[in-house]
Design a protein around this ligand. Sequence first.
Ligand code: EPU
Length: 301
Amino acid sequence: METPPPFIREGEGLASHVRFRVGGPADFFCVAHDLDMLQEAVTFAKNKHIPSFILGEGSNLVVQDGGIRGIVIRLGKGFKEIRIEGEKLYAGCAAKLPRVCHHAARKGLQGLEGLVGIPGTVGGAVIMNAGAGESAACNALESLTVLEKGGGVRKLGREDFLFSYRKFQWVDGTPLHERILLEACWRLQPASSALLTETIKKALALRKKTQPIAAASAGCVFKNPGSQTSAGRLIDEAGLKGMSIGDAVISQQHANFIVNKGNACARDILALMAQVEKTILHTHGISLEREVCVVGETDCK
Ligand code: EPU
């Protein structure tokens, strides 16, 4: 049997690694601080014939109560660098998106300021094309450096990926989990740093006013069903704010947020989501599509 390298832990609880604070253990878990460690973890998974799952900040995830089979890999220190070359901004995929947005604004580069309130890593934001208002992570994205399944590092350009509202895909059809994002490069526009900083201040203030940003949650649970229709508004209109199952509750501040008051488990959150879906189908005739990713197993091993 393959013995894991020392930096790979067994049976790591995942609740402390995700913002919803729910979820069972990963069979194996590691933080890969550089490319060598990452390749070692990937090779371990390959030799052991187990799946691997790349975890960012877990800010858009429901990890189910049975945890994740296989290995969960987080990118660490060596993947957090941010650098600027002319109008291009490069960020390691473990860098926090808000940090990247602040950095761009300070350097007088426009294009990322609208994303400043989105919690999560660069990698997570790209792979889900995270967004707020008109801004989306992939809009100004120029290229991505990736680790291929075969072990090679490659740079892929805009012609290699497609994106739309909260969706990212590779043109050649490679499944998302088969290419690990290492670094993103955005092409930005020069602008006044003072103005960008002001835009950021306003965006953060608005988010604080309208969303439960300090609570344990995964942000908006459902996609907006159309560009003019907010899922939050529909859920609010249906009178569901405050509805709860266990410690999972629909936020009073923004109805598209489910908040973990403390001891919710994934089952509570999923049951509440199903209840919302059923109600909105009944009241508005609309099938809400989930924005959060649900991963892992319902039951323990
Ligand atoms: N509204 C309500 N009740 C609510 C929530 C919203 O009536 O409980 C109304 C608001 O008053 C407003 C309209 O619905 O008139 C739109 O609300 P908001 O500006 O909050 O935007 P949203 O469409 O609900 C989207 C994104 C958010 C992003 C905000 C701000 C989705 C699913 N949600 O929300 O993204 O932060 O715009 O840009 O696209 C996320 O992706 O996790 C997320 C939170």
